[in-house]
Design a binder for this molecule. Structure first.
Ligand SMILES: N[C@@H](CCC(=O)N[C@@H](CS)C(=O)NCC(=O)O)C(=O)O
Length: 206
């Protein structure tokens, strides 16, 4: 049995898997494949993920890519009954929120972040960032409503559904998304981000 490998530098979407690995107390090796140097497009890495993206994992010979698939797999395998629900409905809700994060939130948070914090100042498009933030108003309202009813997305306890959405929204701070209209979502995001495993994963980004 070989140790779990998580491919991708911690400042990439590999952060999501690293945070989860820390929540689950997994013994893993982080292979710091860097998206910024073209390493993700090298033939050796393309054998792991033909898309040329990180993260990917190698779990004792089982190779998997796509950050949400990775987290759902790891949580179900190593956190069933804790971070991953046992009931079919809870599992479906976990998929719902994870897919929602990817389809309703991720692109617009990234657009805002790139145009407010990442691109060189002369390449930033303030209008694109503002439009992306505007698009986020409705889904962030949905999130706010969900965590008004219960402390976490699936109920009383933190699960991988929270982790997956909160990891995507970890870009909201550099993206300077205004959470004032969404106080419950802001509080929920703060609680997720303050978890020791989240802090430990952020430490890896330094
Ligand atoms: N949908 C994919 C997106 C992965 C992705 O685009 N990763 C970026 C880093 S955060 C990457 O590897 N970029 C390098 C490249 O495309 O060459 C996932 O969630 O895993």
């Amino acid at each position: 049995m070989s140790k779990l490998k998580i491919y991708g530098v911690p400042r990439s979407r590999a952060f999501r898997a690293l945070w989860l690995a820390k929540e689950l107390g997994l013994d893993y090796d982080n292979v710091p494949v860097d998206f910024a140097t073209g390493e993700t497009r090298q033939p050796t890495y393309l054998e792991i993920n033909p898309n040329g993206h990180v993260p990917a994992i190698d779990d004792d010979g089982f190779i998997l890519w796509e950050s949400m698939a990775i987290n759902l797999y790891l949580a179900k395998k190593y956190g069933l009954g804790t971070l991953y629900p046992t009931a079919l409905e809870g599992e479906a809700r976990t998929w719902q929120w994870s897919l929602w994060g990817m389809t309703e939130i991720e692109r617009n948070v990234l657009t805002a972040m790139f145009n407010r914090a990442v691109y060189p100042e002369d390449k930033r498009d303030a209008a694109a960032a503002d439009a992306a933030e505007k698009e986020l108003q409705h889904p962030l309202g949905v999130l706010d409503g969900a965590v008004t009813k219960t402390p976490y997305l699936l109920g009383a306890d933190f699960t991988v559904a929270d982790l997956n959405v909160a990891a995507i929204l970890s870009w909201a701070r550099p993206a300077r998304i205004d959470f004032a209209p969404f106080p419950k979502a802001a509080d929920w995001l703060g609680r997720c981000a303050l978890r020791p495993a989240a802090k430990a994963a952020r430490e890896l980004q330094r």
